[in-house]
Design a protein around this ligand. Structure first.
Ligand SMILES: [Zn+2]
Ligand SMILES: [Zn+2]
Length: 76
């Protein structure tokens, strides 16, 4: 079974901001925000890749930007 290391607190996952290259804060899973966001850029959440990745929001304090990153799931 594959699990998300971030959701399970296994590793400190660090995302790098594509704009300023600073490390970003990893926030909650994208699924938690289904009601508030239209996931136009994440339509593949419904396909099979959903089982391979866990989508999380990441926040860059430098750019004040939130992006979605895919975290590779690992074997339990
Ligand atoms: Zn996760
Ligand atoms: Zn940034």
């Amino acid at each position: 079974m594959l699990i998300c290391p971030v959701c399970n607190g296994i590793v400190e996952y660090t995302a790098i901001c594509p704009i300023c290259k600073n490390s970003m804060k990893v926030l909650d899973r994208v699924e938690y925000y289904y009601d508030e966001y239209s996931l136009n850029q994440e339509q593949d959440l419904n396909d099979i890749s959903k089982d391979m990745y866990c989508s999380h929001y990441c926040y860059c304090e430098m750019c004040n930007k939130t992006i979605i990153t895919k975290v590779d799931k690992v074997k339990e």
